[in-house]
Ligand binder design. Sequence first.
Ligand code: HEC
Length: 142
Amino acid sequence: MHRLLLLLLFSPLAAQAGETNPVRGDPAAIALGAQVFQANCARCHGEQATGPSAEAPDLRRLNAFCQPLKDGALQARCLQDVDSYFMMAVTTGKVRAGIVYMPPWRDVLTAGEIWAVRSFIESRPLAAPRLKTSVDIDHAAH
Ligand code: HEC
């Protein structure tokens, strides 16, 4: 199994978390999330969550470790961990060494709106898989 996935699933942080998106796959939430995303997130994370953006990460990639999991329970647990991370990242923002990469959204959006955005992003077509790294290519050669 992927080492990062193991970290994600079994880290003490992940164990303490445990908030699950209550509106995953809900059409009304996806419609609301599309509007909230367009108004607040698109300018940095790309139009419709699929447009290219030099500004901020492609948020569809957050589920990349979970998508290939065949065990349904493990996949649910994986998605739950990403849900918790998503909620934390969005509410608290991304600030490192005094530089604001993303502002916190806790005073701007409700939890319901944030979950709706998560549902919207999951409804978007998947990102193309990452290109192989030079390390992968080197491993394959040996
Ligand atoms: C001002 C630009 C900007 C806006 C607006 C913005 N973000 Fe971000 N966001 C960023 C940047 C830049 C990062 C990467 C920060 C870092 O380097 O850690 C980020 C990171 C994230 C992450 C963590 C991604 C990861 O790969 O770890 C999530 C989740 C996220 N944003 C969600 C949102 C949502 C939802 C909205 C709208 C409510 C939003 N962002 C609006 C710039 C923005």
